[in-house]
Design a binder for this molecule. Sequence first.
Ligand SMILES: C[S@@+](CC[C@H](N)C(=O)[O-])C[C@H]1O[C@@H](n2cnc3c(N)ncnc32)[C@H](O)[C@@H]1O
Length: 229
Amino acid sequence: MSGTRPVKHLPDFLLRNARILSDRTKILPLLPKGGHIAEVGVMAGEFSRTMIEVCRPERFYGIDLFLIHEMPQVWGRPTSEMFKGQTHQAFYEARFAREIARGQVQVLAGDSKTMLERIPDYSLDVVYLDADHTYPSVIAELEVCSRKLRPVTGLIVLNDYIMRDDAGPYGVIQAAHDFMMSHGWEMVAFALEENMYCDVVLRKLPASRCRRIARRLPLAAGYHKLGRF
Ligand SMILES: C[S@@+](CC[C@H](N)C(=O)[O-])C[C@H]1O[C@@H](n2cnc3c(N)ncnc32)[C@H](O)[C@@H]1O
């Protein structure tokens, strides 16, 4: 495929714990409850709302450039209609005004990598990546995420695990595979989407057999606060 970076073949051991889900909303009940979540690329906040309702995070970071109002249209819809005549950021902040007031939602306006750096190291339970889908951007986000997530239980969800669309090639699959192989992360879920804009969930491989067993024990004992992966 012209203009497309080659995809590294994943070894089986990075896929052996992956389950397949019918769509991305099925990921949410499997994530930790009451944790710290960052969504990178929020648009109008549709999926932020769903994540907040299902995962009830103690802290939710909504990260975006918040510049979409400068475009006349997006996804065939006037942005003035999408944001009710407000700027992108004003619309998002109004939508989550209650959650912002009680300190649950924090809005971080700017480039994804810079904004992720503002979050304390090793504090996040989940990052949902859905911003710039080019290879350099996604691989840089993944590098930052590996420092921002809790070391053993942290999860990365990548949206748009697809090779390309009408706008051109994506780099999500290549970045995900390169990151998994260089940093030792495995795929634990693959969520379908009708046009194959799929999601994948990644987690760090345990460093040793003991750690692998220790990770399974709470789940086996019915303790699900840390999620069900
Ligand atoms: C596909 S939309 C996100 C959709 C949202 N996650 C959902 O499922 O409802 C992509 C968003 O990423 C933002 N974005 C693109 N590049 C970015 C970057 N480098 N840093 C931060 N946000 C970015 C855009 O402004 C846009 O709002």
